[in-house]
Ligand binder design. Structure first.
Ligand SMILES: Nc1ncnc2c1ncn2[C@@H]1O[C@H](COP(=O)(O)OP(=O)(O)O)[C@@H](O)[C@H]1O
Ligand SMILES: [Mg+2]
Length: 266
C-alpha cells in the first residue's frame, strides 16, 4: 500500500467526554479507495472516533486530516465544503418516516444543490438502482423491512457522490443473512463508485468479509492495526479474545460488565 494516497489521517487524537478519557492518543491513516474497519467492544470509543473523522467532534488534542486539510482548524465554510465529500450511514438508518423512499434519498440533493427536480429524480432512481431498490420510490419507510431501510439509508448516503462514506454499525440489528447482503452492498458500492469506506462494527463476520484493513480499538487506544490476516494472527490476547468472542481472558466481561473499560482507561 506504499504508493496509496492517504484519504484520512488521524494524528494523536485525544478526547475526554464527561469524566472519561474516551480517546487516548489515536493514530491511523486510511488510504483512498480502501474499506477500513474500526472494531472493538461496546463503549471502547468507535463512534466517538468516527465523529472526529466527520468533523462532528473536535479533539482536545491532535489533528484529523481529510486529504491535506486539517478538519480541526478549518473555518465553518471550509469545513462544510469538506463535509460535502462525505456520505454517512448510521445504525438507525435515520429515515424520515413522513417521507417516501424517493424523498428520503433526494433530501441531500434538494438541500445542497440547485439541480432541476427532473434531474434529481433521475439521480434518485439511479442510486436506488445501485442498492437494488429500483421501483420502490413511492413506498413509505414504515412499509420496509430493516434490511430495506438500510438500503435506502445507503442510497441516501451516496446521493451526493461522496468520496468517503462513514458507516456506524451498518449491520446492527439485522439477521445474519441480511447483514451479509448489506456487507456485500457496501463492498459493491466502494468498488463501483471508487469510494473510501470507513466502517465501525463489532460484528466479526463483517470485519472479515469487508475489510481491507482493520484497527482494533480498546479503551480509547488502537491495540492492533493491519489486514484482517494480521488481526487474526495478532499476538495480543485482548484481540484474540475479542475475535473469538470468549468470556474468559484478559477482559473479564462477566464480573465487570461494560465497566471493565473504566478500569483499563488509565
Ligand atoms: N457525550 C458524552 N458524554 C460522556 N460520555 C460519553 C459521551 N459520548 C460517549 N461517551 C462515553 O464514551 C465511551 C465511548 O463511547 P462510544 O464512542 O459511543 O463507544 P462505541 O461506539 O465504541 O460503543 C462510552 O463509555 C460512552 O459512555
Ligand atoms: Mg457506537
Amino acid at each position: 500500500m506504499e504508493d496509496k494516497k492517504v484519504a484520512i489521517s488521524v494524528q494523536n487524537v485525544n478526547k475526554t467526554l464527561g469524566d472519561r478519557k474516551v480517546l487516548n492518543g489515536i493514530n491511523l491513516d486510511i488510504y483512498q479507495g480502501e474499506t477500513f474497519v474500526i472494531m472493538g467492544g461496546s463503549g471502547c470509543g468507535k463512534s466517538t472516533l468516527l465523529r472526529h473523522m466527520t468533523g462532528a467532534l473536535v479533539p482536545d488534542k491532535g489533528k484529523v486530516f481529510i486529504g491535506d486539510r486539517d478538519l480541526t482548524t478549518l473555518s465553518k465554510d471550509e469545513k462544510d465544503r469538506t463535509k460535502r465529500k462525505f456520505g454517512m450511514c448510521f445504525q438507525s438508518s435515520a429515515l424520515l418516516d413522513s417521507l417516501s423512499v424517493e424523498d428520503n434519498v433526494s433530501l441531500p440533493l434538494r438541500e445542497h444543490t440547485k439541480l432541476d427536480p427532473h434531474i434529481i429524480n433521475i439521480i434518485v432512481k439511479m442510486k436506488l438502482g445501485l442498492v437494488g431498490l429500483r421501483g420502490f420510490e413511492h413506498l413509505m419507510p414504515s412499509m420496509l423491512s430493516g434490511g430495506m431501510k438500510k438500503r435506502v439509508g445507503l442510497a441516501r448516503a451516496i446521493a451526493m457522490d461522496p468520496e468517503i462514506v462513514f458507516y456506524d454499525e451498518p449491520t446492527a440489528g439485522l439477521d445474519p443473512i441480511v447483514a451479509a447482503v448489506i456487507d456485500k452492498l457496501i463492498l459493491d458500492l466502494s468498488k463501483k463508485l471508487l469510494i473510501t469506506s470507513v466502517v465501525v462494527t463489532h460484528d466479526m463476520n463483517s470485519v472479515f468479509r469487508i475489510a481491507n484493513r482493520v484497527a482494533m480499538l480498546h479503551a480509547g487506544r488502537v491495540l492492533e492495526i493491519g489486514t484482517p490476516e494480521d488481526i487474526k494472527n495478532s499476538k495480543n490476547a485482548i484481540v484474540q479474545q475479542f475475535i473469538r468472542g470468549e468470556t474468559e481472558g484478559p477482559v473479564n466481561f462477566i464480573d465487570k460488565g461494560d465497566d471493565y473499560l473504566k478500569d483499563l482507561a488509565e
